[in-house]
Design a protein around this ligand. Structure first.
Ligand SMILES: [Zn+2]
Length: 486
């Protein structure tokens, strides 16, 4: 459940726009020209990053799982590459919530509820939902919609920016800005216009087709959603409220699909594995062991690999390492190629104390799937666990230039430096770890610790001094913005 309040997000957006910080429910400032003229792609990206950081840091339903987010990004980037604007920057993440929803925020950040992954009956259906959201990004619908609204209140803007927040049926967001009399109008303004929805359907359809997915997936999924909406009446799936579906839109999608040759597209292994992983995480480990074990005995499954994966993963979570190891062996015997299977095999080895075996699996898997973040983190962790600090350091040094905005890599680097007693370097890495998560204060503090460390070379100390000057300047600018605003 999304618990970040609209008020908290207004601070974020207002700070970026240099507007007054005091936002009261009944005193929402009018964005006016700001929304129309100041939405440069850079500003959009900044707003998106800040909101995403807020979600990642403070939102309990944010799915902090590299495997699940890796999967969404693999699927998403395949779709982006097939979209009319393949250079657009999109980042996908999951929200643990059983309702069906997906939403595009400023800056190309696209959130997907786990309920969407579980409800989709094929990977093409899920791809259809993502392709639709990607089209909202490539067509710049958010900024265009805001510019179109007559009253550009900050609340409208934020509600639009974080589609799901205000749309939730029993949202705790209601306690904040939205609790005002404006709530109703925000809800009505939240939805994209029908023109934008139609455009996202059309572009999404093309993207889905050029990426090689079954184009019927979109119409099927949306059709089922609408059916569900009819059953629930006033409690329609949230997705329908932020993306109003009309009979016309659904028949459009079905007509388009009817004109195209029928194509059966097989789901990827990972589509099924990721669903099993979500199921395991949303129940207790013991309960999941029981469920997946029963499915396997009764052969009641759509994918044997996913059922074995679910069983092995839940056994590992239940700390039954030997049994998990046996299930992993059975899974490997299926000879499927997946970074998720390799990751689980390595984790299980590590849990059983076989560090050398785990490292071997990671090294081999990283050759085949160099872009899997889950494998990168896992390998670095395994090197640290095995006490191979120097190798760990070299590995992270090679990864950092490739993923300069990955705060986890800096966190791992800081830990490696801490383990080898390199204090200056440890605090310097920790500062970047905080900075990339938008935490300027703690970042400055870490650089001050780095300054006090006496184990750095002259050049390292100069670099710390220079970085601290930069961050202090940023801090001063933010303070000035606050003063001017209030
Ligand atoms: Zn939409």
């Amino acid at each position: 459940m999304i618990r970040i309040t609209l008020a908290a997000l207004s601070f974020v957006v207002l700070a970026l726009l240099g507007r007054p910080q005091a936002v009261l429910a009944d005193d929402l400032p009018d964005l006016g020209e700001a929304a129309r003229s100041e939405f440069s792609p850079q500003l959009e990206r900044k707003i998106g990053e800040r909101i995403f950081n807020e979600i990642r840091l403070r939102e309990p339903s944010y799915v902090d799982d590299a495997e699940i987010n890796d999967y969404l990004n693999r699927l998403g980037s395949r779709l982006v590459a097939a979209s009319p604007n393949p250079t657009v920057d999109c980042q996908f993440f999951a929200i643990r919530d059983n309702t069906v929803n997906a939403f595009a925020m400023f800056g190309g950040f696209i959130g997907v509820n786990t309920g969407t992954l579980l409800t989709a009956q094929s990977e093409s259906e899920l791809a259809g939902v993502l392709a639709h959201e990607i089209s909202h990004v490539t067509q710049n619908h958010l900024a265009r919609q805001i510019a179109r609204e007559k009253q550009n209140s900050i609340a409208t803007m934020i509600a639009m920016a974080v589609g799901v927040l205000a749309a939730r049926s029993n949202s705790q967001v209601a306690s904040a800005a939205i609790a005002s009399a404006q709530a109703g109008s925000i809800q009505s303004q939240l939805a994209y216009s029908r023109d934008f929805e139609r455009e996202a359907d059309r572009m999404g359809y093309q993207t889905l087709a050029s990426a090689g997915y079954n184009v019927r997936g979109m119409g099927d999924f949306f059709g089922r959603l609408q059916q569900a909406g009819r059953v629930y009446e006033n409690n329609a799936p949230v997705y329908l409220r932020s993306h109003p579906l009309t009979v016309e839109r659904i028949s459009d999608m079905q007509n388009r699909a009817d004109g195209s040759p029928y194509r059966q597209v097989a789901d990827s292994v990972d589509f099924h594995l990721v669903r099993a992983r979500i199921r395991v995480q949303s129940s207790g480990a013991r309960e999941a062991v029981g469920d997946f074990g029963a499915q396997l005995r009764e052969k009641k499954y759509a994918s044997e690999a996913a059922t074995r994966y679910g069983l092995a993963y839940s056994l590992l979570r239940a700390k039954e390492v030997a049994a998990a190891q046996r299930e992993v062996e059975a899974l490997l015997a299926l000879k499927l190629s997946s970074p998720m299977i390799a990751g689980l095999a390595a984790e299980t080895r590590l849990a059983s104390g076989d560090q050398a075996g785990a490292l071997l699996i990671y090294r081999d898997a990283l050759q085949r799937y160099p872009q899997s973040r889950a494998l990168v983190y896992g390998y670095a962790e395994a090197l640290l666990a095995a006490g191979q600090y120097e190798q760990g350091q070299r590995f992270l040094d090679a990864q950092l230039p490739l993923y300069a905005s990955d705060y986890r890599l800096y966190g791992l680097q800081a830990r490696t430096f801490a383990l080898t007693g390199k204090r200056l370097q440890q605090h310097r890495a920790q500062a970047e770890f905080y900075l990339l998560q938008g935490q300027l204060g703690p970042a400055v503090e870490q650089l001050q610790f780095a300054q006090q460390a006496t184990d750095g070379s002259f050049f390292e100390q100069s670099a710390v001094d220079a970085r601290l000057r930069e961050l202090r300047k940023l801090q001063a600018e933010e303070a000035k913005q606050k003063r001017n605003g209030g």
